[in-house]
Ligand binder design. Structure first.
Ligand code: DGL
Length: 267
């Protein structure tokens, strides 16, 4: 495997750019290809079979581009498809759920641990499984927050309507007195100030992006796949539809790196 090959990152759309940003910060010497499935977003309400099929199509497209490792930035894809992706991939595949679970277990002072995500991620029980693999006795309380994704896409990070919805969604977790809250969806880190206000300052918010970037760094090092110093770094962005909107909304997630995106239709 060529050490200068890019890392592939994919998401159902724009939200995975929060993970891409953490990767740029942790691994500035690595090139990346980001694929956002903007034609078929959202994955959150779709069946596990459909999410698996879409995810495998993206994996094979990224492998065709010669990537040396694949990051599944989407929580819903990780929940439904990580096993299938690993089975079919000749290169390492890293999801966001195990790193998020690790960070939650490290941060809790005894629980319960709160987890929020899309309907699909919550129904899959992937977070409780990953947390219990590390800490079997820890209590986990979950809540699906399906309206958060469209709110973030609209840029309503701090809108009164967003706060009203957040208070409703998070009430059971606040009642359960969770001491950490895992933001189990690509979009939720953008709601951090709002969620912090709703849950109270003593509740730690866990964003798996930085933890995932650390897992990527460790995997590259163990496989001796780190890019050599001094090579030319590039970042490519590819979407399956609506490139102008991806650039416009995506710039809010990632800043100046997102000046152009290509369109590739899958399926
Ligand atoms: N990327 C998805 C996730 O992290 C959120 C958006 C969607 O529903 O596709 O679960």
């Amino acid at each position: 495997m060529n050490r200068t090959a890019p890392i592939g990152i994919f998401d159902s759309g724009i939200g995975g750019l929060t993970v891409a940003r953490a990767l740029y910060e942790r691994l500035p010497g690595e090139s990346t290809i980001y694929f956002g499935d903007t034609a078929r977003v959202p994955y959150g309400p779709k069946s596990p079979e459909t999410v698996r099929r879409y995810s495998l199509e993206i994996l094979h497209w990224l492998l065709g581009q010669g990537v040396k490792l694949v990051v599944v930035a989407c929580n819903t894809s990780t929940a439904h498809a990580l096993g299938a992706l690993r089975e079919q991939s000749p290169v390492p595949v890293i999801g966001v759920i195990e790193p998020g679970a690790r960070a939650a277990v490290a941060a809790t002072r005894g629980g319960p641990v709160g987890v929020i995500g899309t309907a699909g991620t919550i129904a899959s029980q992937a977070y409780p499984r990953a947390i219990h693999a590390l800490a079997p006795a820890l209590r986990v309380e979950q809540a699906a927050c399906p309206l958060f994704v469209p709110l973030v896409e609209e840029g309503w990070f701090d809108h009164p309507a967003a706060e009203l919805i957040a208070r409703d969604y998070l009430r059971p977790l606040a009642t359960a007195a969770v001491d950490v809250l895992v933001l189990g969806c690509t979009h939720y880190p953008l709601l951090k100030p709002l969620l912090g206000r709703v849950m109270g300052q003593e509740v730690r918010l866990i964003d798996s992006a930085a933890e995932t970037a650390q897992a990527v760094a460790e995997t590259l090092a163990a496989a001796q796949l780190e890019a050599p110093a001094g090579h030319v770094v590039f970042h490519r962005f590819v979407v399956s539809d609506d490139e102008p909107r991806f650039r416009q909304v995506g710039s809010r997630f990632i800043g100046e790196k997102l000046t152009a995106a290509e369109v590739v239709a899958l399926g």
